[in-house]
Design a protein around this ligand. Structure first.
Ligand SMILES: *[C@@H]1O[C@H](CO)[C@@H](O)[C@H](O)[C@H]1NC(C)=O
Ligand SMILES: *[C@@H]1O[C@H](CO)[C@@H](O)[C@H](O)[C@H]1NC(C)=O
Length: 181
């Protein structure tokens, strides 16, 4: 994880010095959600919605059937190249409850989360009570802000996440996004 953060820092530095100016736009092109622990909750929505021809947004909604006090996430960023998905920059497994106790201790995760925070009610530490609706509403982060922090080449990138509750796989969500000029 340390290595990953160092790699990231360099990209960040180059960008700050204006070495890699990136301009462009993005569009989500896939989203899949799969619940494994059906006793813990249900997904009501997992959807990409069009805004206009070149913009869209993500909506995810779930309801909890049980109170959750322990959650981990494993997330990986991947890039589409020569017909397959390849690891790209980050592959992190972390305790979500600890993350929300002190987000600044989790540099990369917190940076990624900062693009999500205004759109979700998943914003506090555990527990998440039975009956709670967890939502990500109309998520379409600001293009310039994302590209300023992640000055990536044009192409297709994916985010694969696996969520573990009490160490057992509970949910998988993955999505992909295309960056273009
Ligand atoms: C968490 O999200 C809810 C719903 O958007 C909001 O009312 C609340 O103020 C947020 N809490 C924090 C700590 O950001
Ligand atoms: C995402 O997950 C679904 C089902 O879990 C799988 O079929 C699909 O290939 C995955 N997509 C990517 C981009 O890995």
């Amino acid at each position: 994880m340390l290595k990953v953060q160092v790699a990231y820092f360099c990209i960040f530095c180059f960008n700050n010095f204006g070495v890699t100016p990136v301009h462009g736009s993005y569009k989500f092109n896939s989203l899949n959600c799969e619940v494994f622990a059906k006793e813990l909750g249900k997904l009501k929505l997992c959807q990409i919605k069009a805004i206009d021809r070149s913009h869209n947004m993500i909506n995810i909604e779930a309801i909890l059937y049980k109170t959750i006090t322990e959650v981990e996430i494993h997330f990986k960023i991947v890039k589409r190249e020569s017909g397959g998905w390849h690891p790209f920059l980050y592959d992190i497994r972390m305790d979500v409850c600890q993350f929300f106790k002190n987000r600044r201790r989790f540099f990369i995760s917190n940076l990624i989360y900062s693009f999500i925070k205004p759109y979700t009610n998943v914003n506090h530490t555990c527990p998440y009570m039975e009956g709670t609706q967890l939502r990500l509403w109309n998520w379409s982060p600001d293009e310039d802000a994302v590209l300023a922090k992640f000055p990536v080449d044009h192409g297709t990138y994916g985010l694969h996440t696996t969520w573990y509750v009490n160490k057992a796989m509970a949910l998988k969500m993955n999505g992909s996004v295309m960056f273009f000029k």
